[in-house]
Design a protein around this ligand. Structure first.
Ligand SMILES: Nc1ncnc2c1ncn2[C@@H]1O[C@H](COP(=O)(O)OP(=O)(O)OP(=O)(O)O)[C@@H](O)[C@H]1O
Ligand SMILES: [Mg+2]
Length: 363
């Protein structure tokens, strides 16, 4: 497998507004052709990262490199990037075609070329019939597609999208997610997509960069973040993990014991050198997903405990049971058709999870 080249490199990038630091020495390599999503709670610095890359703000320290060249001080109009904003920022007095062709007309491209490329961009976003309409005559999703076509037509190296779907209702949002992803696959332009919606991030991204309070906490594939969060923040932010606090005990191959209120649990430390190396007695969390937890069978020895069903949430194909295991709150996800339909409120059940389907984070 060939390793994709880096398009953009942020090296030790910090940003302060006056005396207030909002980004702390960020290192981030964006690969050519990838769909990278920046995910984080409000105020974590996502938009700031985008604005620094786009050239709307300048770095306080550190460098931004494009193809290895420092562009930290390059003016915005020379950067080969385009931004799609949440509010679309279309020109209301221009038609769809006028809006899309705007970037080329200010570059004084010949009329025939503009016409041809606008036509291609309209086809790409499936708005061929709407060329003569004005933005006010379009739906939210259609406006969003015009904004995307306008960004794509200049053939940027990188498209920056700041929560572009936040204003759309759920159904349209899902459609646009698929649409954006399919366009990105087709044209292979690098997308940097900001969202605070983890489901959106999981569904669209090749890799996700999780931010908290101006720092990158984890960068990895959706799969890695889902199954192997590297810290308490990502484990809590990303999905509905069960986190059980405890103190580290003995190491047993790729597993390590952790003493908790549920007894001694054995969890995987595979790929987590900091956890294999941590001293015994150090505080940590056992982490396992609701779908890793299951009804115990007679053969289950390790990681076995009982709990009371306090709530049952039917969610279509799966049912999530809320469990109180001696004060420790847990979630158990079961297929509705099988075990899920047999559970009852107030029932005490025996539970277990496989050590190999768990891991740990330090607290
Ligand atoms: N122009 C500015 N002057 C001062 N502080 C700012 C400025 N812009 C952003 N900040 C601060 O920087 C921090 C990061 O803001 P940023 O807009 O990057 O967050 P975000 O992750 O995009 O949040 P949201 O999800 O709400 O859009 C916030 O604490 C914000 O108040
Ligand atoms: Mg923002």
């Amino acid at each position: 497998m060939t390793q994709a080249l880096d398009l953009l490199n942020l090296q030790s990038v910090s940003k302060s507004y006056g005396p207030v630091p909002v980004l702390h020495e960020i290192d981030l390599a964006i690969r050519d052709g990838e769909f990278l999503t920046v995910l984080g709670p409000s105020g974590s610095g996502k938009t700031t990262v985008l604005r620094l890359i786009g050239g709307l703000e300048t770095v306080t320290s550190g460098t931004i490199k494009l193809d290895g060249q420092d562009i930290s001080r390059m003016p915005i109009n020379r950067r080969p990037f385009n931004t799609v904003f949440q509010d679309y920022a279309l020109f209301p007095h221009m038609t769809v075609a006028g809006n899309i062709g705007y970037g080329l007309s200010i570059r004084h491209r010949p009329k025939a070329e503009i016409k041809r490329r606008v036509g291609e961009a309209l086809d790409l976003v499936q708005l061929g019939k709407f060329a003569g309409r004005y933005p006010v005559q379009l739906s939210g999703g259609q406006r969003q597609r015009v904004a995307l076509a306008r960004a794509l037509i200049c053939q940027p190296r990188l498209i920056l999208l700041d929560e572009p779907l936040a204003a759309l209702d759920l159904e349209l949002r899902r459609q646009m997610q698929e649409f954006l992803k399919s366009i990105q696959r087709e044209i292979k332009t690098t997308f940097l997509f900001v969202t605070h919606d983890q489901e959106e991030a999981i569904g669209m991204a090749d890799r996700i960069c999780v931010m908290q309070a101006g720092r990158i906490r984890q960068l990895g594939t959706p799969h890695q973040l889902y199954y192997k969060p590297n810290c308490e923040f990502v484990a809590r932010f990303f999905g509905d993990n069960n986190l059980v606090p405890g103190t580290l005990g003995a190491t047993d191959g790729a597993f390590r014991a952790i003493e908790t209120s549920l007894g001694t649990l054995l969890c995987s430390t595979q790929g987590q050198p900091d956890l294999s190396a941590a001293a015994s007695g150090v505080s940590a969390f056992a982490v396992f997903r609701p779908e890793a937890l299951r009804l115990a069978e007679a053969s289950d020895g390790a990681n076995r405990f009982s709990g009371v069903v306090t709530e049952l949430a039917f969610g279509g194909s799966s049912t999530v049971a809320h469990i109180d295991a001696g004060g420790q709150k847990l979630r158990l996800r079961l297929p509705s058709r099988f075990e899920g339909s047999h559970l009852r409120h107030g029932e005490t059940i025996d539970l277990a999870f496989a050590p190999g389907e768990s891991h740990m984070v330090l607290s």
